[in-house]
Design a protein around this ligand. Structure first.
Ligand code: HEC
Length: 114
């Protein structure tokens, strides 16, 4: 019985050990599921410009676009994630740490081909 308990503890401690995932995997995980609301859902797999849907603006079919976040500076990126969004914005407010923001920024930057 004791042996089983020790094996269990060993497994658990391995699961949570710091080197279990690489920084890149961590960043991907953050981008895909930060605080339960995925960036990916709105910004796509790579943070490029997305069309979320269409709506009628004075009878004209208009695309609801989400701007690309691939080419913005780190300052703007960070500012945007730290500011309280206005009521018109559909982007949620996240309480991300500076480390998480750096991680996300570097993750999106890898897709920037320019
Ligand atoms: C529900 C959809 C949605 C989700 C989820 C979302 N965003 Fe956004 N994001 C937007 C929209 C729409 C904009 C355009 C500006 C605005 O409306 O605030 C935007 C703008 C931005 C900007 C600023 C772009 C610029 O040009 O200034 C950044 C940076 C950004 N998002 C990063 C993220 C990150 C990182 C996540 C995940 C932690 C995320 N977003 C999650 C919809 C979303």
């Amino acid at each position: 019985m004791k042996i089983i308990l020790w094996m269990f503890l060993f497994l658990i401690s391995n699961l949570f050990s710091a080197d279990f995932i690489t920084p890149k995997e961590y960043a991907k995980m953050l981008y895909e599921n930060p605080r339960g609301i995925s960036c990916k859902k709105c910004h796509g797999v790579d943070g490029s410009e997305q069309i979320l849907g269409y709506y009628l603006k004075k009878g004209v079919k208009t695309a609801y676009k989400i701007p690309s976040i691939q080419n913005i500076s780190f300052e703007d990126f960070k500012k945007s994630l730290n500011e309280i969004k206005n009521a018109k914005s559909i982007m949620p407010n996240y309480s991300l740490t500076d480390e998480e923001i750096v991680s996300l920024y570097n993750y999106i930057k890898q897709f920037n081909k320019k």
